[in-house]
Ligand binder design. Structure first.
Ligand SMILES: *[C@@H]1O[C@H](CO)[C@@H](O)[C@H](O)[C@H]1NC(C)=O
Ligand SMILES: *[C@@H]1O[C@H](CO)[C@@H](O)[C@H](O)[C@H]1NC(C)=O
Ligand SMILES: *[C@@H]1O[C@H](CO)[C@@H](O)[C@H](O)[C@H]1NC(C)=O
Length: 565
């Protein structure tokens, strides 16, 4: 009888935990999240360690429970005793940043190391960043590479193409200067307006809404029923993209649509026959994996080629893979490299992953730990944890400054440059109460320096420019500093200073600028081997702008451009 009772209790505990954590995963709605924490507290009372971890997290970052750093620390210390890697990571963070304690880097390092050994990806990223930037441990590229590769592998396995384009993050400094700019978060008004258009029969709006609901994220919940609804509407109105997306839904299966390879194939075929690049690519994938048809690498290759001719980025990546592994073609690392490079220029994250691997192993290119680390870091930064940017930003917008600051600080520890700038920005605004007054400025300065070290890779390139006045006709070249990594904005402003005066363009943001900037980058790329990763990343960012503006023209989605950048 005793046994039955304890078994029932275990079951109840696990059910409570599962229900609570599923709610947290699926929604930002405050009331629902509060209810979820009620369930998790009950589960914690019954001894669920994982529920306790979630509660400690909520206390630390102030998610629907009143932020109480002391209470969070006590709970995490108890959990760390039991060996919880998450608790080790949190304690490392608390000691590294001096949250409620005096900063102690040695202690932080011990906790982070334990957590990383325990398999915690966040801690592994933090350690990699410390190794690669030489923060409180000596710079060690190879050690950084091992950890980053591990995390990148995990991230790459979870990525689908839909989530696999480098996305923009809200930069608070810019937001401050231009409060009306798009902020990377889906605007509710815009969403309502699209819904209105979609109901009125606007095909673009239907496809866009279908996509948004299919993928979720950026403040919008995933909803396969709504996705199916909008795609079906768009198919009736003649959209070939919607046909291909319906195929995707059947291919993946969900609550709304049963997994069905044959039906998926049928939709892909219909879209492909009408020349739709997404349909061509998906048909290639169907032949590659034998979904709904027998496997044929040769046929798959042909479809990828057709889609790649239409500049479909994922098809370029797939061609890279086929050349890399010799599927349907002779193995050819040079061609593989070419296609991965092409796809990565448009921000295809998995292409970055493959390139990183080639640099890490010295396949076809000269081995470069430095380049591999830079590329892997970017893959890692696309992990699910990057969603924290959204909650940090929402907290900031709602005036919950302490919660926002702590979340940005955690992301800063993980090596995100935008988070470092944002945390420093908040600290300088003196609105936070977490950090002691005499610590605020030094911490802000430290974060600015870390951010700057990541951004200001100084590369000197020569640019032939007879048009620039005041430098002498026979000078012929302008020496330019590219200060950047992911900051195409910075480059664009530099670019503006140096070139826009000379060229008669239509103003920033026009496609002319993109082309000019691209040429500018291409030259930098040729001029320095060291510049490879940073320039590639900057190019990717530019291509994303360009890519999405092209997609807009292809009647794909006009919101993408709005909220991607
Ligand atoms: C925070 O938690 C600690 C320890 O549980 C408790 O003593 C303290 O009263 C709490 N502070 C607030 C403001 O609730
Ligand atoms: C669809 O195809 C995949 C890949 O061949 C296979 O693993 C899966 O079981 C298939 N689904 C169904 C429902 O047959
Ligand atoms: C900061 O202030 C606290 C108390 O307000 C003090 O104990 C500490 O020594 C100060 N730190 C520095 C670096 O001045």
């Amino acid at each position: 009888e005793e046994q039955t009772r304890s078994r029932n209790q275990t079951q109840e505990r696990d059910n409570l935990y599962r229900t609570g954590s599923n709610i947290l995963k699926g929604t930002r709605d405050k009331t629902k999240r509060k209810q979820a924490y009620q369930l998790l507290m009950k589960a914690a009372d019954l001894g669920s360690t994982r529920a306790m971890e979630k509660i400690a997290y909520a206390l630390l970052f102030g998610d629907q429970l009143p932020q109480n750093i002391t209470a969070a620390k006590i709970l995490y210390e108890a959990l760390a005793e039991e060996g919880s890697p998450r608790a080790h990571t949190a304690l490392g963070f608390i000691h590294a940043t001096g949250t409620g304690v005096y900063p102690n880097q040695a202690k932080a390092l011990v906790y982070y190391t334990f957590a990383a050994i325990g398999g915690n990806h966040v801690a592994q990223m933090i350690l990699s960043y410390r190794y690669s930037a030489g923060i409180s441990i000596p710079h060690n590229c190879e050690a950084a590479l091992i950890q980053y590769r591990n995390v990148a592998k995990h991230v790459a396995n979870k990525l689908t193409f839909a989530g696999g384009i480098l996305g923009g993050k809200v930069r608070l400094t810019e937001r401050h200067e231009n409060p009306y700019s798009s902020d990377g978060v889906l605007d509710l008004d815009l969403y309502q307006y699209s819904k209105f258009l979609a109901e009125k029969g606007e095909v673009q709006a239907q496809v866009t809404l279908g996509q948004l609901h299919l993928v979720g994220g950026r403040g919008l919940e995933q909803d396969p029923y709504k996705a199916f609804y909008y795609f079906s509407k768009a198919v009736k109105a003649g959209s070939t993209y919607a046909l291909a997306f319906l195929g995707k839904m059947y291919s993946e299966g969900s609550e709304a649509v049963p997994q069905d390879n044959e039906t998926a194939f049928k939709y892909f075929k219909m879209a492909a026959d009408r020349g739709n690049p997404l349909g061509l690519n998906d048909l290639g994938l169907a032949y590659l994996h034998g979904k709904g048809v027998p496997v044929s690498y040769t046929v798959a290759f042909q479809y990828f080629q057709k889609a790649a001719e239409k500049k479909w980025i994922d098809a370029q990546y797939q061609l890279g893979l086929m050349h890399y592994y010799g599927l349907g073609v002779r193995q050819d690392y040079a061609l593989a490299y070419k296609y991965f490079h092409l796809a990565s220029q448009s921000g295809h994250v998995l292409a970055f992953y493959q390139l990183a691997h080639m640099y890490a192993t010295g396949t076809r290119v000269a081995r470069s730990c430095h380049t591999a680390v830079e590329l892997y870091k970017n893959v890692c930064e696309q992990g699910s944890w990057s969603e924290k940017f959204l909650s940090a930003y929402f907290a900031f917008r709602e005036g919950d400054i302490d919660s926002s600051l702590l979340q940005y600080m955690l992301l800063s520890e993980m090596g995100y440059e935008v988070a470092q700038s944002n945390a420093a920005f908040i600290l300088e605004s003196k609105q936070s109460t977490i950090v002691r007054e005499n610590q605020t400025y030094p911490l802000a300065q430290l974060l600015w320096i870390r951010a700057a070290n990541q951004v200001y890779t100084v590369i000197i390139i020569k640019y032939p420019s007879p048009h620039i006045h005041g430098l002498g006709e026979d000078f012929g070249y302008v020496f330019c500093f590219i200060l950047h990594r992911k900051l195409s904005q910075l480059i664009i402003s530099l670019f503006k200073i140096y070139f826009l005066g000379a060229y008669n363009t239509n103003g920033l943001g026009s496609s002319t600028d993109v082309h000019l900037a691209k040429r500018f980058y291409d030259m930098a790329l040729q001029s320095s081997q060291e510049a490879y990763a940073p320039v590639l990343l900057a190019l990717a960012k530019l291509e994303v702008v360009h890519f999405f503006s092209e997609i807009q023209r292809a009647s794909f989605s006009y919101i993408w451009g709005y909220f991607q950048m």
